[in-house]
Write a protein that binds this ligand. Structure first.
Ligand SMILES: Cc1cc2nc3c(=O)[nH]c(=O)nc-3n(C[C@H](O)[C@H](O)[C@H](O)COP(=O)(O)O)c2cc1C
Length: 216
């Protein structure tokens, strides 16, 4: 198993009684790949920021398969960069956090090209996509440098891009907190304005890597 770059040290737990019982650990640099699955061994990982304890990491495929069992809507998180250019990414790792004050969170990959713009502006719009907008979700899930070229948008009241023609609702947000979380950053933001869905409108849904429509 390849060890991700942000892991700097690996601890190997011995279960062999000869080396001190089940709670013995040998720390080795991450470049020395620990072998998993061998009888009596378990790998543990130390992140740059904190010691994560001695839990073996689940493999990515299983993790994604479990996370994919939870159907979600699909949103495009939009913001403006330091050149006043619109930026955005497709997102479903977002949820409501608090009602008073109204807070939500979005989780953004540290490799996202939208990330510097989010950190610069400290503001964003969550654009909740309408049913049938899978192509737009794919565009904003790509690394296309100018995703807004053929997309209709207008500034929301916080100045960030609102994809008014493709959404059933939107939330206008101001970032209040940034949390480091593994290979992602979690932004907690206050929802200052927005628009709820009109009756009868349907969202774009996502389940097991497939887009769908809500059926009542
Ligand atoms: C349905 C769906 C949901 C996604 N959710 C997230 C998410 O919550 N956070 C994230 O960082 N990336 C998410 N992605 C992946 C990003 O959209 C993708 O990495 C994109 O290329 C990032 O664009 P950027 O680098 O221009 O910011 C999702 C992709 C899809 C298709």
């Amino acid at each position: 198993m390849a060890i991700p770059d942000h892991i700097v040290e690996v601890a190997v737990r011995y279960t062999d009684r000869d080396v001190g019982g089940p709670r013995s650990y040998l720390r080795v640099p991450a470049v020395i790949q620990a072998r998993r699955g061998k009888r009596g061994w378990r790998t543990c990982y130390r992140l740059n920021t904190s010691w994560e304890g001695c839990r073996s990491l689940m493999d990515r495929a299983t993790f994604f398969a479990i996370m994919g069992a939870f159907p979600t809507g699909v949103a495009i998180v939009t913001t403006m960069d330091n050149h006043n250019q619109p930026k955005g990414l497709t997102s479903n790792a977002l949820c409501s956090v608090s009602a008073e004050p109204p807070l939500l969170l979005v989780s953004v990959d540290k490799n996202s090209n939208t990330l510097p713009a989010l950190r610069h502006s400290q503001k964003f719009v969550v654009n909740y996509l309408s049913s049938g907008r899978g192509d737009l979700a794919n565009l904003f899930a790509s690394k296309e440098p100018d995703k807004f070229q053929n997309v209709s948008w207008r500034p929301a009241s916080n100045g960030m891009p609102w994809l008014h023609g493709d959404t059933i609702a939107h939330a206008e947000c101001n970032i209040t907190q940034e949390l480091d979380a593994g290979d992602h950053l979690v932004f907690i933001a206050q929802v200052d304005d927005g628009q709820p869905p009109a009756p009868g409108t349907k969202p774009l849904m996502y389940f097991r890597r497939t887009y769908g429509t809500w059926h009542e």
